[in-house]
Design a protein around this ligand. Structure first.
Ligand code: BES
Ligand code: MN
Ligand code: MN
Length: 454
């Protein structure tokens, strides 16, 4: 039987199994879902075993378990390490979902559910591709699976696991489907990920909430001050003003920038989809460059004072914000976190106290476009899409990728099938049925071509 025939016969079952996976609310950020996270790990392990993987285990960590499994067919063949994550982002705000986040629903050829694209749908393509290759006798490489449950909270325990198991995880390439491509008819492969520095800041004014009439105008309002401080972090050209912030930024050559500018990108359509009248960002760079090769600073959340119904006059005691900085090679998250902290403390007026608490971070990564693995991925996509994929730079972060390189000495291929419009981390996340099955079709060609050239 050909792979195509095998998938055709089993495609409904593949989808039902994915639906069962999507029904488990494996939200790693919220401890209330700890038992669902555990259940999800067990479900992935069970399916991986059924698909034909051997040595399937739930690897204990200080946090959520890692699902490991492998299929070693021939020591003379190359080994592919498949990485993915079974944890998902919280679904809030739930009222903005048109269908419940953990009841997967098909509409207009898309699967709607939290994790549909990021990353359950994409990760599960690899499980079903393995099954298909084994059932049709076409597996061309050795394969190891490592599916974690803490990607959305920084992969700290996976980092420790990787360091402690470098021998076990030995491979020739890491294969990940946790990114996107330009469009279903414009295949592309991400060749870079940004790093991340994430901090929380607390600004304290008076020791208690005060009457804003009695004290307003005389005592520093921490929310006003926080807003001043945050707005001073960008100048009029939307450059970041933190001293030394750009010190280690790898500038991209004019030639490479000109190459990037050839990436198909429809600015008008981009604006229409997001319902914005204009884009905004660092002066001197295009939208693609702003998300691909430039570092950024964004407030992710800001709160304090009275936010209940109606008006309550209050001069709050405290204000808070969560701030993320996306980093590019060769900035490091520790360096940037320190620079942020020093600067933020230095710009605080004497009338308030500030506290900066670093959260998780991660380093940027770039992947080569001339390696045997990249070329195998490119050929695989060309085979199934009928078009050669375009190399692009992704704006998101997968911190473990830099660690795979540093600790295991292995480069990664980001064979992603998502779309920017899949609303990952947002309400109404989706993943196309086209993309799910296209992934299952494409992945085996990667193994085939990689075995040929490696
Ligand atoms: N799959 C995403 C990363 C991603 C998305 C890369 C789109 C490229 C394109 C991943 O699950 C994610 O969301 N990562 C976090 C970082 C993590 C440390 C919380 C991110 O990018 O915010
Ligand atoms: Mn992801
Ligand atoms: Mn994510």
């Amino acid at each position: 039987m050909t792979r195509e025939e095998y998938v055709e016969i089993h495609k409904d079952t593949f989808l039902e199994e994915l639906f069962d996976l999507l029904r488990i609310p494996s939200i790693s950020a919220d401890s209330a879902y700890a038992s669902d996270v555990q259940k999800c790990a067990e479900y992935v392990a069970k399916r991986l075993k059924e698909a034909g993987a051997e040595n399937v285990t739930l690897e204990k960590t200080a946090g959520n378990p890692i699902v490991y499994g492998d299929k070693m067919i021939d020591p003379s063949k190359p080994t592919v390490l498949v990485y993915g994550h079974y944890d998902v982002q919280p679904s809030v705000p739930d009222n903005l979902w048109h269908t419940p986040p953990f009841e997967p629903t098909i509409k207009n050829g898309n699967i709607y559910a939290r994790g549909a694209c990021d990353d359950k749908g994409q990760m599960y393509m690899h499980v079903k591709a393995l099954q298909t290759m084994l059932e049709t006798g076409t597996l061309a490489c050795n394969v190891k699976f490592m599916i974690e449950g803490e990607e959305e909270i920084g992969s700290t325990n996976l980092g420790i696991y990787v360091k402690e198991n470098s021998e076990k995880l030995k491979a020739d390439v890491v294969l990940i489907s946790d990114t996107g491509m330009i469009a279903n008819d414009i295949p592309s492969i991400d060749t870079g990920l940004r790093g991340l520095s994430y901090v929380e800041v607390e600004v304290t004014g008076p020791n208690i909430d005060l009457h804003s009439g009695t004290f307003g105008g005389a005592i520093a309002n921490p929310i006003n001050v926080l807003c001043d401080m945050i707005s001073s972090l960008h100048d009029e050209n939307r450059h970041i003003t933190i001293p030394g912030f750009y010190d280690n930024v790898d500038e991209v050559s004019d030639k490479d920038r000109a190459e990037m500018d050839k990436t198909p990108f429809d600015l008008e359509n981009y604006k229409t989809e997001l319902e914005v009248f204009d884009v905004m960002g660092e002066k001197g760079y295009s939208t693609i460059e702003r998300t691909g090769i430039r570092p950024t600073l964004d407030v992710n959340g800001i709160w304090g004072g009275y936010i209940g119904e109606g008006a309550k006059t209050v001069l709050p005691s405290k204000a808070y914000a969560k701030i993320s900085m996306r980093l590019v090679p060769s900035q490091t998250s520790t360096e940037i976190t320190e620079k942020f902290q020093r600067h933020f403390e230095s710009i605080a007026p004497k009338a308030v106290r500030v506290k900066v608490t670093p959260h998780h971070g991660g380093e940027a990564a770039v992947t080569p476009t001339d390696s045997p693995a990249y070329l195998a991925a490119s050929r695989a996509m060309e085979k199934t899409f009928g078009k050669k994929p375009i190399p692009t730079r992704g704006g998101g972060s997968i911190p473990i990728v830099a660690l795979f390189e540093k600790v295991l000495g292995i480069k990664t291929v980001l064979l992603g099938f998502g779309l920017d419009s899949d609303a990952i981390h947002s309400p109404n996340e989706k993943y196309g049925l086209f993309n799910f099955y296209k992934g299952i079709e494409t992945i085996p060609y990667f193994y085939e071509y990689f075995a040929e050239v490696k």
